[in-house]
Design a protein around this ligand. Sequence first.
Ligand code: ADP
Ligand code: SF4
Length: 663
Amino acid sequence: MRDPRYDVLFEPIQLGPVTAKNRFYQVPHCSGMGWLRPKMLAAMRGTKAEGGWGVVCTEYCSIHPNSDDGAYPYARLWDDDDIRDNALMTDAVHEHGALAGAELWIGGNSVANLSTRLPPMGLTSLPNTADDNYHPVQSRRVDKKDIRNILTWQADAAKRAVQAGFDIVYVYATHGYLLAEFLNPITNQRTDEYGGSLENRVRIVRELLDVTRDAVGDKAALACRFSVDLASNEGYDAFGLLADIPDLWDVTVPDYGIEMGASRFVKEAELQDSVAKAKSLTTKPVVAVGRFTSPDTMARVVRDGTQDMIGAARPSIADPFLPKKIEEGRIEDIRECIGCNVCYAHDTLGVPIRCTQNPTMGEEHRKGWHPEALSRTTKSEKVLIVGAGPAGLEAAQILGKRGYEVMLAEATRDLGGRVTRESRLPGLSEWARVRDWRIGQIEKLTNVEVFRESRLGVDDILAVGADHVFVATGADWTVDGLGRRRDTAIGVGNGAKILSADHILAGDETPSGHVVLFDDDHYYMGSVLALALRSRGNTVTLVTPAGRAGAWGKYSNEEYTVTRKLIESDVRIVTNRSLERVDAGSATISCIFTGRETTIEADWVLPLTRREPDDTLFHSLRKVCDDGRDGAPKSLKRIGDCEAPGMIASAVYSGYKAAVELD
Ligand code: ADP
Ligand code: SF4
């Protein structure tokens, strides 16, 4: 039963000629699928519609080969083939009574047209401006004929969008693409009617809105994605000039680090003040994101008039059934996004998105996985899971839902494994949702028993006599320095003091003094530990073989914020250096290009290079199974970090996969 406090989220809303059945709006978000994987895309978007989202949009959708973001698989509407591909998605969305939106997109200086090999278009002829790609590609300056072409291409693409079955068609005027270049007085140095005054800079957006309206007629609503910034009136003035033209405003802010910020730095509803001001300037409905996972916050921002619709990308990825769960009064079942940006990172890598919280994301078509539906077992079998980290917890709740008799044994008092340890570190508290949601699900299942403080050995396991055993015992950080950069261990002299990452993760007291952290992991752990040590009063030097600290954060949209925080916290960053040896009071590092060595003062050295799977138990059990000893299980499987240490998302995926594939 739905809580009446949330009724406001289920009121239909008129968007020009179409009506959305509720206020849940999956905003355009990239998927790593796009034109390249249309069936995968249709299945993924269709699942969200099934989960109750009233509107489900594409990712950025190119109107012409001149807007090509290869090698990222964006959507596109260039020709009849693309109409057919996009119709797969709109059909899947319509099947569940939702509206489908197409975010028509025009590139600019930040795209390199690497696939189509056309010169990109920019307001100034500039080298490709995409963050840190450094493609040796420079754009062609947009002239009047190009503007006429763009208007024609947009109109043609809008007609194709309608043919493909879209109900909402966008003019996309933000995120640094060509229209944002027009709006920005710094990048727009034109002296004709498209440059100079605000009216002139807004002109192309207005003209695009007009041609799109003419193209879609009364078949589709006209939407505009637009940025406003409380720090400047410009954006609001521009917004005001267009205020009542589109049928729907999709409002955001010009800082992607906030809009798409990791939960380490940005919390729920961060955009609300910026959005509320825009909303006060228009009579048209407004949608905006804010990594909304709390129905109370959602209902509040609609009720208090901040926005009319709840925009979501990540919350809809973590839980495609979020609206349905609110509607059915199953709030505790909502799988809340943890803001880790693993989804975005994989789009940025050009592969299908995945999700830490939702292992079925991206596997709806390829594997036929569904975020809510599971096949039940017909057998009466007992499964023992050893280790209650993310892999073990996920396997336990899935096997429990499938009807197995499940025993989950955990060596320590705390469930959650690495998630529990990592979520105690600065900024990572939301990561505990991975553990808490799974524990919540397990607590509802009478066929899953949890045994804490139960470190199991081979004989204990044989005594249980389970039909199947999953070993989910995790992995430990090593201190030998072996890893990506080094294939031999570091040298260790007399009196050398080496600190393990697990020591800090366990919450043990940290020694005082200067810690040299050798980060050959390159993801979040290096910066998180460096900042944790700083907050405990240590002096910290972060040494990395990469050209930047936390270099993989480039994909998860964290790199800049992370590096800024490190600099502001006085963490010294030493790049392009490897760790060679540790002696009492010092560390020897070497230049990765010349091999030249230097010695730096160090009370402690913390090598962060690799984790060793905790698989001794697994191998002993395998021998027992091979020997056919009494009580040996019919099947034995290692899952999660015990099999191959990786991201938390990989451990959850591994637990889910093993659990759904049993039988
Ligand atoms: P993953 O990410 O693969 O889930 P974690 O390291 O997060 O792995 O979790 C592994 C869990 O397994 C830890 O909570 C650890 O205490 C537990 N564990 C390790 N060995 C045993 C054992 N022999 N019996 C029971 N639990 C164990
Ligand atoms: Fe949220 Fe992380 Fe899932 Fe992305 S991958 S939706 S940020 S939980």
